[in-house]
Design a protein around this ligand. Sequence first.
Ligand code: ACM
Length: 344
Amino acid sequence: MLDVARHFFGVADLKKYIDLLAAYKINVLHLHLTDDQGWRIEIKSWPNLTAHGGQTAINGDPGGFYTQEQYAEIVAYAQSRYITIVPEIDLPGHTNAALASYPELNCDGQAPELYTGSEVGFSSLCIHKELTYQFLEDVLRELAAMTPGPYLHIGGDEAHSTPKDDYINFIERLAPLVAESGKRMMGWEEIVQCHLPANSVMQYWTDVRHAEMAVEKSVQMIVCPAKRAYLDMKYDDATPLGLSWAGTVSVEQAYTWDPVTEVRGLAESAIVGVEAPLWSETLRTLADVEFMTFPRLPGIAEIGWSAAEGRGWEEYQGRLAAQGPRWEARGVNFYRAPEIPWES
Ligand code: ACM
């Protein structure tokens, strides 16, 4: 997953990133397309989402958005490298950019200012307004039409400004809209508190109780625990980019875990895959994105594609080191973790 909302990365950047992912058999790219700081995908029936809500990014950095034509180009480029794009519209929180673009979406009819800070949890769609659901129907219809892949991701995380009952009502009203669009619903782990269609997928990212609830309810899961798989966590305390709310994640920590043993009772058949999310609060350029992605991502890919008994940290380090010259040759700004015996 790449967060193109906190900072925006244009078509050329995404194509280069897709090439780098494909080299490690990453076969899905989840794009976090909307958040408080920016709305990045053109919705023709609600043009202000991008005309107004796409202008900003964190810290006043340049905004931007993909036209539907550009998005089609990204999807086709990814497809040509066997990568499926999963688009995410984060709901009902993380919606300040949308609320700022359309006053009528707000409960009080007043549009908030555009937001360029890094707080989370302060925005919510107006759960008891019918217009909210007309809006979502339009957005999901256009998004589904742009999406040849099977999934639409509806976010659902950190809705701290939505009362819990409202949150549950909201997700349970949203789920049939996703189904009507012909797609499978995907959401962050919090959605497991709701009654979900049987084919829904939740993403375990921080609270193992949500993952255990998914096991109880037989909800399929993507395993991406922040303390192992979040590429925006710093490598160590000296890393100049990234965050550390889930701790630091060394190259070794990103490699030496197993999705099957991460959650009690989780059956391998319930795991849809692993994911390595990269949130972009502190990442302004593709070089920054590369620095946090490499060399950790190949380890996550190997976890996704290989049996646990074949993986070992000692042996892996040599194979990882051999990737260094390849990244150098391609101009990839990877982090030269001192514990890896890089070939020069
Ligand atoms: C998340 O990291 N807020 C899913």
